[in-house]
Ligand binder design. Structure first.
Ligand code: NAD
Length: 251
């Protein structure tokens, strides 16, 4: 049996919580009884979701390191989820977009982990879940910044796992394939332009080309894996990366 606070005494923080996978995580954690802090730059959507789940919205830009000072330190469950994509060949990749993606998807998770682990260590219990991607494990053309950031996040997650182990804190990545969210809708349009094919062909022939299961993952599927990592029976699951990818990385 695992010791630690029950769901109702837990506080969770989800970055990028106003949309897609993050929103599904907020709903799943709130339904399990946690008090959820929703961190997003999309103010109206964050406020609306906070009202729905009786949570707290924090409207901040994760690209600006000062954001972290506005957030709580007493967090038991940290979900580093916010992310963005930019699709371009390396020789045309805008350096400012590369830098932005590292700040939001690597530096912000680092700043949040270092902010909340003292509380987790004091309670001798904590769960860090980093929403990585199959692109934390594999590369694809035209995604230099995203693949770089997700590989970095996988490394950061492992360090948090090693350091957190004596304190009852686990850290894992959940690494989805293509999930039905606004981020992917944008990518379908971008890939359509990059590969010169129709949008509907992008899903089957580009996005799911390597995937034995020809179906987009749903945000709720990812959130269920996140919730499992935050529940009982996972005290020994740490430093891992769990693909939720329809077999993409196996193929
Ligand atoms: P989404 O675009 O639906 O949601 C991302 C959220 O992050 C948005 O609410 C956005 O406002 C917020 N955000 C982005 N930049 C921010 C910033 N600078 N400051 C504050 N908030 C910011 O995306 P999603 O598909 O739900 O993706 C969530 C995570 O899952 C990302 O890390 C993404 O890389 C990862 N992921 C997504 C897929 C997929 O297919 N959708 C697959 C693998 C991994």
């Amino acid at each position: 049996m695992e010791s630690g606070p029950d769901h109702n005494s837990r506080t969770a923080l989800v970055t990028g919580g106003a949309s897609g996978i993050g929103r599904a995580c907020v709903r799943a954690l709130a339904a399990a009884g946690a008090k959820v802090h929703i961190v997003d730059r999309a103010g109206p959507a964050a406020e609306e979701l906070a009202d729905e789940v009786d949570g707290v919205a924090h409207v901040v830009d994760l690209a600006d390191a000062a954001f972290v000072d506005a957030l709580p330190t007493e967090v038991d469950v940290l979900i580093n989820n916010a992310g963005l994509q930019h699709v371009a060949p390396l020789h045309e990749f805008p350096p400012d977009r590369f830098d932005l993606i590292q700040r939001v998807m690597v530096t912000a998770p680092f700043l949040l982990i270092r902010r909340v682990v003292p509380h987790m260590y004091a309670r001798e219990w904590g769960r860090i879940v980093n929403i990585s991607s199959v692109h934390g494990l594999r590369a694809s053309a035209f995604k230099a910044a995203y693949v770089t950031a997700k590989h970095a996040l996988e490394g950061l997650s492992k360090v948090a796992a090693v350091e957190g182990a004596p304190h009852g804190v686990t850290s894992n990545c959940v690494s989805p394939g293509y999930v039905r969210t606004p981020l992917v809708a944008d990518q379908i349009a971008a890939q359509s332009r990059a590969h010169g094919v129709e949008a509907e062909e992008v899903v089957e022939q580009v996005l799911l080309d390597r995937s034995p299961i020809k179906r987009l993952v749903e945000p709720e599927d990812v959130a269920a894996t996140v919730l499992w990592l935050c529940g009982p029976h996972t005290a020994n699951v740490t430093g891992s990366s769990i693909p939720v990818d329809g077999g993409w990385t196996a193929n």
